[in-house]
Design a protein around this ligand. Sequence first.
Ligand code: RB5
Length: 160
Amino acid sequence: MQAKQTTIYIGSDHAGYEMKEALKKYIGEKADFKAVDLGAFSQDSLDYPDIAREVCEKIVDEKGSLGILICGTGIGMMMSANKREGIRAAVCTVELMAKMARLHNDANVLCLGSRIIGMDLAKNIVDTFLTTPFENEERHVRRIAKMEPNAKPANPEESC
Ligand code: RB5
């Protein structure tokens, strides 16, 4: 019997379309992961926040799932995704960023810039992101909790 696959919700705007198609195929070849494509479905121009919203809503609904969002730079996707509660999105241009985003920040969305990095590097970054676990140490859990908009400051006197 096959072990449970982790769902990877993947999306792009028009600028990231080609890279998204290639990464969807790449992830689809992996036994442990299942890629679910939420668009774009053509290279027609569209607004990256719309796709970021679709992907983030799925991730929040499905515990343990991860996301990949691709636009020209990765920046617009990251900004859009990080507006959503429960989402920690990281744009990564090297493997070490993807590794640290998982280990220390428990990032659940990887953002990539199709006009910034090539396909080989994108695949390596995806591999790192998908296979690196969160370290789950108390200091990281504490810091991540403090990212949430309604988190209380550690010392109210110091925050004045
Ligand atoms: C689209 O031209 C471009 O602005 C978009 O893909 C992205 O790079 C925005 O952050």
